[in-house]
Design a protein around this ligand. Structure first.
Ligand SMILES: Cc1cc2nc3c(=O)[nH]c(=O)nc-3n(C[C@H](O)[C@H](O)[C@H](O)COP(=O)(O)O)c2cc1C
Length: 331
């Protein structure tokens, strides 16, 4: 008996409701040799900006008690032009739905990136990552400002016919007005949520465990926070919500599993899919994690970006091993 997990959102059909979380699956090429793409409904790429970003100093990832991780990758990416030249052709177009995550510090930057990406064939849509600070209004995140949300989504809508998902941070107490703003301006879906600002200190060295001191918290401990946001937003809007039901657990071997972001307006069968993925991951969760050397990681392209060793990740290669030891993943 074959089960039908297909779903349709805004006229776009998905083989299953499983999507990868942005930044956890690269551009989709590196996993081709290690997993079957059949259960994937789609992938969301690492976020792309108008200019190249080198990312933050290492260590960029640390684990937290209870299975969470804090990352401070710093949205490292080659910039939109280099993405089009060197990455766009490796997207697994045709194998699964492909969504390009886009971010900027101003409305103009969002529009600049999307208008260039419109030339990339086979792309199904965009995920607008609204967690950057709004440089024009003193640093509040773009996604925390309803007017900015409306402007970015409306302008994006006016230049593309592709699917638009809007990703918000969990930082704002009142998520409903932001969700409403996104939906009103033309979002086809919401993604809830991005990471929560957090920090860890190494008890032995008494030093922060991340190069940037604070980073973005994700994984199972974030689940109740995200669920509350999903629930609040789902009461305010009708658009589907892409949500991480079990949250990312990139800290150990189960990182090979894509991180599911599930549409929430859902039936029991969607939830059972999530549970299946979650059980597979928890079965692995006691696996010991030994970060490889960058040389080892580079020798195996399929594992490379899991350990902070993306091709453009010069910092990782140059950092001494002990500083790299806390790095478990990268975009
Ligand atoms: C290593 C890493 C890199 C990430 N990079 C991005 C990114 O580039 N853009 C983005 O919108 N979210 C990024 N995220 C956030 C995830 O997509 C997801 O929203 C977050 O991890 C919370 O969900 P989770 O607890 O299910 O992982 C990143 C997360 C991790 C762990």
């Amino acid at each position: 008996m074959s089960l039908d997990f297909s779903v349709t959102m805004a006229g776009l059909s998905f083989r299953t409701p499983l999507l990868t979380g942005s930044g956890t699956f690269g551009y989709g090429d590196e996993f081709l040799s290690v997993m079957d793409y059949a259960p994937l409904g789609g992938l969301v790429t690492k976020s792309i900006s108008i200019r190249e970003r080198k990312g933050n100093p290492p260590p960029r990832i640390c684990e937290t008690p209870g299975g969470g991780v804090i990352n401070s990758i710093g949205l490292a990416n080659p910039g939109v032009e280099a993405f089009i030249r060197t990455k766009a052709f490796i997207l697994p177009v045709g194998l699964t739905r492909v969504f390009l995550s886009v971010f900027g510090e101003t409305v103009e930057e969002f529009i600049g990136v999307i208008s260039r990406l419109e030339s990339v064939p086979g792309v199904d849509g965009y995920e607008l990552n609204l967690s950057c600070p709004n440089v024009k209004s003193g640093g509040i995140s773009l996604g925390g400002d309803s007017d900015a949300v409306i402007e970015i989504v409306r302008e994006s809508r006016s230049i593309t016919k592709r699917f638009i998902a809007v990703k918000l941070t969990p930082h704002h107490i009142a998520i409903a007005p932001l969700a409403e703003a996104a939906a009103k301006a033309g979002a086809d879906a919401l993604t809830l949520t991005n990471t929560l600002v957090a920090m860890m200190i190494d008890a032995e060295t008494r030093k922060p465990m991340l190069g940037t001191v604070t980073g973005g918290y994700s994984g199972p401990p974030l689940k109740p926070v995200s669920l509350a946001k999903v629930w609040q937003a789902s009461k305010a809007v009708d658009v589907p919500i892409w949500a991480g039901p079990e949250q990312a657990a990139c800290s150990s071997a189960q990182c090979f599993s894509p991180i599911p972001m599930l549409p929430v307006e859902s039936s029991a069968r969607w939830r059972s899919t999530a549970t299946g993925m979650a059980s597979a991951r928890s079965a692995n969760s006691s696996a010991r994690f030994d970060p490889p050397s960058c040389e080892e990681a580079f020798a195996n392209p399929a594992r490379r970006h899991l350990y902070g060793c993306g091709e453009s990740d010069r910092l990782c290669r140059e950092a001494p091993f002990e500083r790299r030891a806390g790095i478990s993943t990268d975009q």
